[in-house]
Write a protein that binds this ligand. Structure first.
Ligand SMILES: Cc1ncc(COP(=O)(O)O)c(C=O)c1O
Length: 387
């Protein structure tokens, strides 16, 4: 760390001249392309309950993602809650503290105790070598997260699950379109849950999905997301309303027409960041975690000891220059009040997660971010030097 004055000089070096750059900006296709879909909805007057666009989107997503069965949802959180219900998960579930809070909340909403296990310092995903020590007689499942769309060590997790007869539900909210050696990463585990929230690489404004291994499981999940109705007069499980509406499904179909171009732009942004940040002392970019096809959903950097500012100082400097990065994931989930008294929330057992949480900064990445904006962001990280 250099002197206070260096920090203040760097902060004062700009006075909010340019337009703000946010960490993300939702991708929206041209408005006129959506009107045809709306006209269809107005014509057939089916607004929800598995209408034609809902059915088309399920099919189109299976084709695009290379999976067999998908159940659409109104958001990823309800999809996570429903996935746990579908597999009748109880007791304790092993999960990561380094994620968005909905991962653990979905467990609490099912009366399940989250058991936090530390992450791998390289991938920032759940560390499989630490899972077995956390298994007790109450453990019924593992809920790992493909953080930033970087695949977990799915083989190692599967072996542990088999050895201990545990279910695996992946929180794959970040992993739309990600492929590893054996195809879609979404095919691993018993179920994988996606989010189509506005901030995600593929968005339906709000939305989500469960990737199911077979038609029977999908049928059961479809029932659960529709209050438990079997037919007009029969309800045989206490379901919820998790249905995606026709407007959201139609928008998803339109988004799919543009997804290739959007992901291509993200890839180029990722490449430009990496080439410009190469050699900036104290800044570490996350490496590939085994993905064959990435989705470039986030651009996290880690601020190391030899960088002249702390992570929070850099966050503030960027903010002073109208650049709004985000500290995903800080604080850790295990630090929130409803979790911090849990035995597994003890920070001494979560040292890698704590370290990453203290050092990480997610830089802006979205399809319309242009080269000049990226150069500006990097020049601020690199103390105003031109790239
Ligand atoms: C890792 C993770 N899990 C779950 C969710 C919840 O998804 P949703 O916002 O669609 O409910 C999100 C993001 O929003 C997320 O980032």
């Amino acid at each position: 760390m250099q002197g206070e004055s260096f920090y203040w000089a760097h902060r004062r070096s700009n006075q909010m001249s340019d337009k703000p750059i946010y960490v993300t900006q939702p991708f929206l296709p041209p408005l006129e392309e959506f009107t045809g879909y709306l006209e269809q909805i107005w014509k057939n007057k089916t607004l929800t309950n598995g209408g034609p666009f809902h059915q088309q989107l399920e099919k189109a997503l299976c084709d695009y993602l290379g999976v067999e069965h998908i159940a659409l949802f109104n958001n990823g959180t309800i999809a996570l809650i429903t996935a746990l219900q579908a597999l009748k998960i109880k007791g304790e579930v092993i999960t990561t503290p380094y994620s968005f809070v909905a991962t653990a909340h979905s467990l609490l909403w099912n009366g399940i105790e989250p058991v936090f296990v530390d992450i791998d310092p390289k991938t920032l995903n759940l560390d499989p070598s630490k899972i077995e020590a956390a298994i007790t007689s109450k453990t019924t499942a593992i809920m790992p997260v493909h953080c930033y769309g970087h695949p977990c060590d799915v083989e190692a997790i599967q072996k542990i699950a088999q050895r201990h007869n545990l279910k695996v539900i992946y929180d794959a909210a970040h992993a739309f379109g990600v492929q590893c050696d054996c195809g879609s990463v979404l095919k691993h585990g018993d179920l994988s849950v996606l989010s189509f929230h506005a901030t995600k690489v593929f968005n339906t404004f709000e939305g989500g999905a469960i990737v199911c291994p077979d038609a029977k499981t999908k049928h059961h999940i479809d029932q659960l997301k529709n209050f438990g109705f079997v037919d007009e007069i029969t309800v045989d499980v206490a379901g919820i309303n998790g249905k995606m509406s026709e407007i959201n499904a139609a928008f998803g179909l339109l988004q799919l027409n543009h997804i290739g171009a959007a992901l291509g732009k993200r890839k180029r942004i990722d490449e430009l960041y990496r080439s410009l940040l190469k050699g900036v002392k104290g800044i570490r970019c996350l490496e590939n975690a085994g993905e064959k096809v990435a989705n470039y959903s986030y651009f996290p950097i880690l601020i190391e000891e030899d960088y002249p500012f702390t992570r929070d100082e850099l966050y503030q400097i960027l903010k002073d220059h109208n650049i709004f990065s985000r500290r995903y994931f800080y604080p850790l989930i295990s630090e929130f009040p409803m979790y911090k008294s849990l035995y597994s929330a003890n920070p001494n057992n979560l040292l890698c997660a704590l370290n990453a949480s203290k050092r990480v900064l997610c830089l802006p990445i979205f399809p319309d971010l242009n080269g000049d904006e990226i150069k500006k962001i990097v020049s601020k990280i690199n103390f105003g030097r031109k790239s």
